[in-house]
Design a protein around this ligand. Structure first.
Ligand code: GLN
Length: 189
């Protein structure tokens, strides 16, 4: 099994460390040739506007969108969730649009830009959620399944092969979210 971690901008190293800890091979995705032979993809946190622009510039946008639409398992965190969302309610940009949710960028404002809280994640249990200038999900469309809610706001969903999280599991010591993703990749193989 080989997991591609998008490495054009943002917090990709932390995902790699997490996957290595689980004994999973990963490859940094920096150009479109790197996409061949991957069994799953991680879209890390960072700056979604910058990441979106780089995907176009590097000719990776369409291949990644098509691979995800065709069923490639994806774990998207924070900016990655914004890249996957069908709609952004406070921004006109639409990126990959494969995940049927609407997100709000920087939804917690400046006061609460970063915080950590424990919450229940479906099929995982209590987990420390780390938020950094995070979005949350304002609308869940279609049959996306809600995985976790904090203060009444949805912050994690799963839709078929796609896991979209507003928080950063890679910035904890807790490997269970990445294990959940790896299970999805195994089932898909
Ligand atoms: N605020 C960032 C954005 O809008 C996301 C923050 C993050 O990934 N930690 O793209």
């Amino acid at each position: 099994m080989r997991i591609g971690v998008l490495a054009v901008q943002g917090a990709f190293i932390e995902h790699e460390h997490m996957l290595e800890k689980l004994g999973v091979d990963c490859v940094e995705l920096r150009q479109k040739e790197d996409l061949s032979g991957i069994d799953g993809i991680v879209l890390p946190g960072g700056e979604s506007t910058v990441q979106g622009k780089l995907l176009h510039k590097l000719d990776m946008f369409e291949p990644i969108r098509d691979m995800i639409s065709d069923g490639l398992p994806v774990l998207a965190t924070c900016a990655g969730l914004i890249l996957l969302a069908q709609k952004i309610d406070n921004d006109d940009t639409i990126h990959l649009a494969t995940l049927p949710v609407t997100v709000r960028r920087n939804a917690y404002g400046r006061q609460l830009a970063s915080f950590t809280t424990d919450a229940q994640i479906k099929d995982i249990g209590t987990y420390p959620l780390v938020f950094i200038r995070a979005p949350y999900i304002t609308d869940v469309n279609g049959d996306a399944e809600i995985l976790t809610v904090v203060d009444g706001n949805t912050v994690g969903v799963r839709y078929k092969n796609q896991i979209g999280l507003a928080f950063h599991p890679e910035m904890t010591e807790d490997t269970r979210v990445h294990e959940y993703f790896i299970d999805l990749v195994k089932k898909n193989k």
